[in-house]
Design a protein around this ligand. Structure first.
Ligand code: SF4
Length: 441
């Protein structure tokens, strides 16, 4: 049984290169691109101030070295640590956390992250001192476990048989702890006020694209009243900019219309951005999004090859995609297109593919575009046969991504468009760079 009060540390471990490790995804970032470690933000709300003193160290954001992070953690002397771990840097993260637990052996260590969610056993192999893995960051599993209750969403070394995760119906989490939110100012340069707030509206994804692991998390919607109450919370703290943290915002049309109506009634004004899919955008939704302050939508386009999209379990006609981008233009919402390189009939050759892709993008005319190269995210290893060819040509596609980015952003039409919106070349470059990084994550 615990003695109170308890000190809990929410930790994003240090890294020489800037990285992100949240929402069951991990990768490298660059420069000024900073996003809240969302799992930790959500978890902070489950720990009541009466019982838990909290500290939040985002060593990546704070640019802390290995030694400085250890020093800061030791100064806080936590009873409990909830740390993120990224599948791409598992060895380095494990090295740090093993070192840390040696330094403060009395602290209890728990882990969240992509590799932890999909391969919990790996965490216990790499980080033997880890007491448990949090399998769903939007549950009270960790605090329940600390209070002596069992939960299928908190796996320990002993309980780590085939975990049977029961389906949860709703995406419900309390407001985050204010100390957590106040700790760091995360900035994104394309907002008028760059300091922004991250808010969740849904968890997982209802679609089942073969190249993505998000749908393996299931799909849950957050109650509208909880979203509105968090909007009030963000506004009270002075935020004017919002990043909606949902993989496919507006996946449920009826509920999205209701959300926008409630949002409008609340009279809360934000500038906001989100990720969505072209086939989710109707004129009614885009109009309502624009009325509530949406300034940018990032849409997964992936490919111009309808057959390939079908094969990927992502049926999407070109007509639908063009219509979505047209609607965004009509309602003066900036558009960003995510493209997954290699998603085409491979027998046609890469040169022809590159030419076709550029011509498609010229017609689509998004404000921003990012070219991603497929990589195996934890959980989708078994879908490998679809991607053998892409994996074989990985380097060529990476070079292609670089060429396409240059050719898109240095096209005179795009330079004029960006300068028209922003006026300063330096800011244009910063903005483009940030959006590409955001889309890649
Ligand atoms: S690619 Fe997008 S729509 Fe498809 S499963 Fe992943 S998050 Fe969902």
């Amino acid at each position: 049984m615990m003695t109170f009060p308890q000190k809990i540390l929410f930790l994003n471990p240090p890294s020489v290169k800037p990285v992100f490790r949240d929402c069951y995804c991990s990768g490298f970032t660059k420069g000024t691109f900073n996003v809240h470690p969302f799992d930790l933000q959500v978890q902070s709300g489950f720990f009541s101030p009466e019982i838990f003193e909290i500290e939040f160290i985002d060593a990546v954001f704070e640019k802390l070295s290995f030694e400085k992070t250890i020093y800061k953690i030791k100064s806080f002397s936590p009873d409990i640590i909830l740390s993120l771990v990224g599948g791409l840097f598992l060895e380095k993260d494990a090295f740090f956390l093993n070192y840390l637990t040696n330094e403060i052996p009395l602290s209890r260590l728990f882990i969240s992250g992509d590799i932890a969610r999909f391969k919990p056993q790996k965490i216990f192999n790499y980080i033997p001192c880890a007491e448990g893995v949090l399998m769903d960051f939007a549950t009270s599993a960790l605090v329940d476990y600390l209070n002596g209750k069992k939960s299928p969403y908190l796996i320990t070394k002993k309980s780590n048989q085939k975990s049977n995760l029961l389906e949860i119906k709703s995406y419900k989490y309390p407001l985050p702890r204010e100390e957590f939110i106040h700790k760091n100012s995360y900035l994104l340069p394309f907002f008028h006020d760059p300091k922004y707030y991250s808010i969740g509206t849904s968890y997982g994804c209802p679609y089942t694209c073969h190249y993505c692991n998000t749908h393996l998390l299931g799909f849950r919607l957050r109650p509208i009243e909880d979203i509105i109450s968090e909007l009030h919370f963000a506004a009270k703290m002075g935020y004017k900019s919002l990043y909606i943290r949902a993989a496919t915002f507006m996946a449920d049309k009826t509920r999205s219309v209701r959300l926008f109506e409630e949002w409008k009634k609340s009279r809360l004004k934000f500038e906001w951005i989100c990720f969505s899919r072209p086939d989710l955008l109707s004129e009614e939704l885009v109009a309502k999004a624009s009325q509530t302050g949406c300034s940018l939508m990032m849409l997964g386009v992936e490919s111009f090859d309808e057959k390939w999209l079908n094969k990927m379990n992502r049926p999407m006609s070109l007509k639908t995609t063009f219509h979505a981008f047209h609607l965004l233009k009509k309602y003066r919402i900036k558009s960003a297109a995510q493209i997954m390189l290699g998603m085409h009939n491979q027998s046609k050759g890469m040169l022809e593919y590159e030419k076709k892709l550029l011509s498609f993008l010229n017609k689509l005319d998004p404000d921003y575009v990012s070219f991603n190269v497929f990589s195996y995210r934890p959980g989708i290893e078994d879908n490998g046969h679809y991607f053998d060819n892409i994996a074989l040509n990985d380097l060529s596609y990476k070079k292609m991504a670089h060429r396409l980015e240059k050719s898109f952003y240095f096209h005179p039409r795009n330079i004029i468009k960006q300068l028209y919106h922003i006026k300063s070349p330096k800011k244009v470059f910063l903005l483009i760079n940030t959006i590409i990084k955001l889309l890649k994550s």
